[in-house]
Design a protein around this ligand. Structure first.
Ligand code: SAM
Ligand code: SF4
Length: 391
């Protein structure tokens, strides 16, 4: 029997831009060095064809948010982004006041682009700063300097009411003081949101194959994380997800929807989707190589893989997302998003509570600090039992 979804979850729209000036050594996102001439027009045409093929699955829903991510969407001109947004709106109008975020790389933005992006409808900017420190930017092989990072952050604040800065910590040779210095510089631009990611050595990357020297010990990285959290709390930021910090009311609506196990349509090379249809939940992945995607999307074949999420997988998928949120989730959300009664996970939840990973009451379920830190371990341990119960 398919799960019983009483109401469709909110829908978000993600657009992937697969090119970057060059590939950073730590990055395992679907990003490719850009070709000599950016195929702006052809890519927009492919995105629109992809969207049109997906419309029948969306049941007339209006997206609550749009997110232009990458890769480096800021390699596209503001005029092209404007044309794209207009054409999307004509096919899939979004909700009034929807958050429309674009990721931008400080090394790819001319000063005039900030106002231009705002005027074509982008209302939230997310800048990939990573660090303001010249040595660390070099180690990460970023294309921007500390001066360019500062200039971009300053211009973002001038033109956008809502903007995020991405920082990374746990960098080679980084001390706690240097990590905090980056946070201090970021705060000086008064962003509404900060994302602070610990550098991860992903297996399929150059750093994964050949780790940089002088990586901080785990204890030092954990100390950096704590120091960053307490500095940001003092500055009035709410720590609402593993790596995300926001001023009150400024959480990223688009990412919140992922973490609340909402629906999303991802279009563009390698983009992922999850959506509910007629009481069932599906996942899709688009062709990841830009050349393949360009060819296939225009003939209505953008999707490389599609499958239905098995009922037995839903509890784990739901928990992997919602328990990343420091506030956890209201009990009623489990049934609303998975179509399964919370009773199927109740014994596992009780066990996790007794072991100190979760706290819960009759309304709400929330990870403890320890539970958040060891989320994957916690889920691996107790959720296999849940899969058996939903069979
Ligand atoms: C999808 S990337 C796109 C942002 C944009 N292309 C840029 O790099 O400026 C989003 C963010 O993920 C973070 N990130 C990427 N790879 C990471 C890794 N291996 N470890 C930690 N953070 C990472 C970076 O902070 C980056 O800004
Ligand atoms: S610019 Fe961003 S998406 Fe591109 S390779 Fe670097 S980290 Fe990855």
């Amino acid at each position: 029997m398919p799960p019983n979804l009483l109401e469709l979850p909110p829908l978000a729209l993600y657009l992937h831009f697969p090119w970057c000036v060059r590939k950073c050594p730590y990055c395992d996102f679907n990003s490719h060095p850009m070709p000599g001439k950016m195929p702006e027009g052809a890519y927009i045409q492919a995105l629109l064809a992809d969207l049109e093929s997906a419309l029948p699955y969306l049941s007339g829903r209006k997206p609550i948010s749009l997110f232009l991510g990458g890769g480096t969407p800021s390699l596209f001109s503001p005029a092209a982004i404007g044309r794209l947004l207009e054409a999307i709106h004509a096919r899939l109008p979004w909700q009034e006041g929807a958050e429309i975020t674009m990721e931008a790389n400080p090394g790819t933005l001319a000063a005039a682009n900030f106002a231009a992006l705002r005027s074509v409808g982008i209302n939230r900017l997310s800048l990939g700063i990573q660090s303001f420190n010249a040595t660390h930017l070099k180690i990460l092989e970023r294309i921007h300097t500390p001066e360019e990072a500062c200039r971009a952050a300053e211009l973002a604040g001038r033109h956008f009411k809502r903007f995020n800065l991405d920082l990374m910590y746990g960098l080679p040779g980084q001390t706690q003081e240097l990590a905090l210095a980056d946070v201090e510089t970021a705060l000086s631009f008064a962003p509404t949101h900060l994302s602070c990611y610990q550098l991860t050595l992903e297996p399929e990357t150059r750093f994964g194959a050949c780790p940089p020297q002088d990586m901080p010990e785990d204890d030092l990285s954990a100390d950096m994380q704590e120091a960053i959290e307490s500095r940001l709390a003092k500055a009035g930021f709410e720590h609402y997800e593993t790596s995300a910090f926001a001023r009150p009311g400024q959480q990223c609506q688009h990412n919140l929807n992922y973490w609340q196990f909402g629906d999303y349509l991802g279009i563009g090379a390698g983009a992922h989707s999850k959506f509910s249809l007629e009481g069932r939940i599906f996942r899709q992945v688009r062709w990841p190589q830009p050349e393949d995607y360009l060819q296939k999307a225009v003939i209505g074949q953008a999707i490389q893989e599609e499958n239905e999420v098995e009922k037995a997988e839903l509890p784990l998928e739901f928990m992997m997302n919602t328990l990343r949120l420091n506030q956890g989730f209201p009990r009623s959300l489990f049934a609303a998003r998975t179509g399964l009664p919370l009773a199927v996970v109740e014994p596992a939840l009780q066990q996790a509570v007794s072991e100190g990973w979760l706290v819960m009451n009759d309304q709400h379920i929330e990870p403890t600090r320890r539970g958040r830190r060891f989320l994957n371990h916690v889920l691996e341990r107790w959720l296999p039992n849940v899969a058996e119960m939903t069979d």
